[in-house]
Write a protein of this length. Structure first.
Length: 208
């Protein structure tokens, strides 16, 4: 709008100059043509300078806008990186909190009798089962109703499958001293695997 206004004013000046030149031509035929030419050149130069100035101002505004957008994108990226880092730290802290379950697993190998192996493996299984229920409860707090319904069905089928595999593993040593230990170890490994899957799901959800 400013540019159009300026051009209109310059147009009026040019028309005025042309009118004056015409009047001068009637009075001074010899000099009026030269004066009119000079005035036209001056006005043309003024128009050119005005256009160049407006183009520079427009370029400056465009550059400023681009810089503002770039800074905004940079800030958003920094915030995203910070959120990812915080989420990663929270996950590490959570994994640290379940370290005791890993410790119980290690203690199985340190036992000397079958009875101790059965006991330690049972304790480790109980620890992972507790952690499975713990992370499942946390997911209930953040997932939508539809998501939770899907997870509930998935968990139901997983439990059926796990129990079947535990039963099958124990049958190989049915009635023997290794039956309880084999059942415990099979259930422990499957439960630990499922627990870690749900931990990944949970922290994936809170990071998104």
């Amino acid at each position: 709008m400013k540019r159009i206004g300026k051009l209109c004013i310059l147009g009026l000046l040019l028309a005025s100059a042309a009118g004056c030149s015409k009047k001068d031509m009637e009075q001074e035929p010899v000099s009026s043509s030269r004066e009119t030419s000079m005035q036209s050149e001056q006005i043309t130069e003024a128009v050119t300078v005005t256009i160049e100035t407006e183009e520079k101002e427009s370029n400056h505004r465009t550059e400023a806008k681009t810089e503002t957008v770039s800074k905004k994108e940079e800030t958003e990226q920094e915030q995203s990186d910070t959120d990812d880092e915080n989420s990663g730290n929270e996950k590490l802290a959570y994994l640290e909190s379940i370290h005791y379950a890993y410790d119980l697993e290690k203690m199985i190998a340190e036992t000397e009798t079958q009875q101790e192996m059965n006991q330690r493996s049972g304790e480790a299984l109980a620890a992972w089962d507790y952690e499975l229920n713990r992370i499942y409860g946390l997911l209930e707090e953040i997932l939508s109703s539809d998501q939770m319904e899907g997870l509930s069905i998935e968990e139901y089928h997983w439990i059926i499958d796990r129990d079947a595999k535990v039963q099958e593993a124990g049958q190989e040593y049915a009635g023997g001293t290794l039956e309880a230990y084999t059942r415990n170890i099979t259930g422990l490994n499957l439960t630990k695997e499922r627990t870690l899957e749900l931990i990944d799901l949970y922290f994936g959800e809170i990071a998104s």
